[in-house]
Design a protein around this ligand. Sequence first.
Ligand SMILES: Nc1ncnc2c1ncn2[C@@H]1O[C@H](COP(=O)(O)OP(=O)(O)OP(=O)(O)O)[C@@H](O)[C@H]1O
Ligand SMILES: [Mg+2]
Length: 476
Amino acid sequence: MKGRFLRGPLPLALQLTLAFTLLVAAAFGGGGAFLTQGLQERQLAVRTDEVLAKAREAAALVGQTQSGREGPGLSQALFTYQQQKGVRPIVIGSDGVVVGDSWLPSPFLSRRLELPEVQAALAGQESAGLRRIAPDGLVLYAAVPLRAGANAAGAVLVSASLRDLDQQFAVLKGQMVWVMAGAGLLSLLLGWGLARTLARPLERLAAATTELARGDLGVRVDPGGSLETAALGHRFNRMAEELALVEQQRRNFIGAASHELRTPVASIRSLGEAIISDDSADLAIYREYVGDILTECDQAAHLVDRMLELTRLEGRIRPQPGVEEPLELVGLITAVVKGLRPLAHSRGVDLAIAASDPVWIAGESWLVETIVDNLVENATKYTPPGGAVWVEVARQGAEARVTVSDTGPGIAPEHLPHLFERFYRADKSRARATGGVGLGLSIAAEAAVQLGGRIMVDSTPGKGSRFTLVVPAAAP
Ligand SMILES: Nc1ncnc2c1ncn2[C@@H]1O[C@H](COP(=O)(O)OP(=O)(O)OP(=O)(O)O)[C@@H](O)[C@H]1O
Ligand SMILES: [Mg+2]
């Protein structure tokens, strides 16, 4: 269990709490140590100055007594000085041997004192140093040279106990530890609270994602927490809404497609039954029935082709803008129109294209071909014989425009908003008679989107219609 916990990634709340606590501990620890150290150094410096001053005082005193030599007068003076000032002066001769001590009997008298402070003082330099001595604790030594006028040479060493300071430092350290422990505990609690507040929206989001993955497209999260988690929550909700919409569209499409397929299948079935139940053995009638069956088959095949085309277009991954080759529209569309002219003529409709300067866009040619093919196909299909269809290509500012106009029956205004919906036909009975399944304009619209553009329509019933493809123009 423990192994598993340590191997995987740690929970966010735990990571944040640890980081927070460490930070607070480091800040308090570092800051506290720095302050305590500074305070100690400051106090020691003050104390050192004081003791050095006393050493100087003692040296002056020694200078006044009988020339600083060993004797009861010197020892008495040193003893009195210790009584008054609370420090222990020791007098050292120029040869380094102790000649006087305030404590009697003195263990140092007539012995050499090998302290570095004494050596420095004998060399004419004031000096002070700290020592930790077993029963006394912290002791400060200060040594000053004896004035040359009063004595050939020599030094006075003064020692003072710093036990009071030492105790103060210990108390301060103890207090620091308590303050740090308190701060650590407080930061642990605060950090945990804060981390939980941060982690909770993420946990909710994770749970909602699991629900969504299981297929519950109605799941939504409460976008709370910080600015970022709230934004994440909002985006999750939007994504879930879009997924639900796509799912709804998919269902609608399958429903409509099945419905559309059912019509030709039912017709084929009833035509087959009619053939079986007809005893007349009239070949001409059979031929007529089979001809109708073939027409229905064509209709079904056309529907399947259209659906495949739409699926292929929608599944296409759009390339990043700027990576596509420039495409010249006038030459391309002229070729497409030329190819469609025989069909138009067979329907008794005139098909023309107006010449213009080259117009460039960025995109794949088959998308443009699909659009023009569908628009021209519709125009020639719905325009009665004797009518005309004409295509224009032009650049207008930053846009390339391709218009397909006709002198057909036009489209009633109530149909215009739905024209690009799947399986939508303005005039169902006539569309079915012409073999239309109502997918051509959806395909064209999708292709236009893939080119970064759109298709617009305006129409006057009784006079004709005009479809306009608008695509961002590009440099050649
Ligand atoms: N130029 C036009 N003039 C009059 N009506 C049109 C014209 N173009 C489209 N329509 C109407 O818009 C409807 C939708 O057109 P769309 O091309 O999507 O489908 P369709 O032509 O019926 O079938 P298909 O999928 O075979 O193209 C048509 O059924 C028709 O009613
Ligand atoms: Mg069509």
